[in-house]
Ligand binder design. Sequence first.
Ligand code: SF4
Length: 378
Amino acid sequence: MGTKKNGLELYLHIPFCIKKCDYCDFLSGPSTRAGQEAYIYALLREMETVSKNLKKRPVDTVFIGGGTPSVPECDVMEKLLQGLRDYFLFSADAEVTIEANPGTLTPEKLSIYRKYGINRISIGLQSPNNKELAMLGRIHNYAQFLESFQMAREAGFSNINVDLMFAIPGQCYEGWIENLRMVAALGPEHISAYSLIIEEGTPFSRKKLDLPDEDTEYRMYEDVAVVLKEYGYHQYEISNYAKAGCECRHNEGYWQRKDYLGLGLGAASLLGKERFSNTSDMQEYLKNSSAPEKIRKNRELLTREDEMAEFMFLGLRMTQGVSKKEFQEYFGTVIENIYGEVLKKYKKQGLLLEESGRIFLSREGVHVSNAVMADFLL
Ligand code: SF4
């Protein structure tokens, strides 16, 4: 972990959605077909330019996220996927994920994804309860999700993630557990379960919402791992659960600080010691995507201290935590020399544990993870 290997992770941002959900503050929105085409061409220009310097680096994982990457029609998407294959060199066992939403998938789209080597699909369900879906402002119902899930299986997807959300307005503990069981019973390989966060500027931030209280939310989170274990999933990160061997390698790479190139509007990157993100201004992106130096913003060269802090707070997101040996190999000093006091404090409070040379959050620690991780900033 933290060490820089030759492999590269790619993220492609597709900022289109049929309609905005009421809680969403992602960089996404409705668009015309012409708008989508113009964007995909701009993305291809960016890919062509940046790939020239990266030709020899095998791409280990790709994540096509959004937005809703399943919105663009087959011919538009095919151009993008062909470009991805032409410009980059893929590892033989590359993990290639696409995000999709129920109500936007068709067998034709799925077969194009398969044709270009997409081998993992992440479906945004959020809830199998139609009332909750309507409350969230989602465009689909549960029946449409079931249809999409089935279609994906029939198209040959044997690695499917389902996104679920808890602490939805009006939701009780029992309702959430029922949702979880319904989805786990379908047997996707991976489940992400996030609590609803009310983001500023969204319709939800202006509404009076009947949110579950803190204790209920605590129990909702705490029991996800317990319930999902019954169905053969293990928790490997704060919000992520997988069947054995089906952990998302792309996300693991991000938490392990692998080199990560974000392409498209607003996409963030970590290359070597530099972090930056692309402009979130669509016009600027469309105009300048073939000149990466013009669209890359917030460029920051990480200091050794920044890298140490990232190593800790990203690594601690994973249930396996961080390796003391890897810290020492990468930074040339033992972890206690840098974080001795903080580690001692949280171990004493029972929020951090140490076992077989790894340091990780305890169950109690996971609930206050933000506060613990903030303490690793130098
Ligand atoms: S589908 Fe996803 S990205 Fe699009 S508006 Fe809804 S939450 Fe946001």
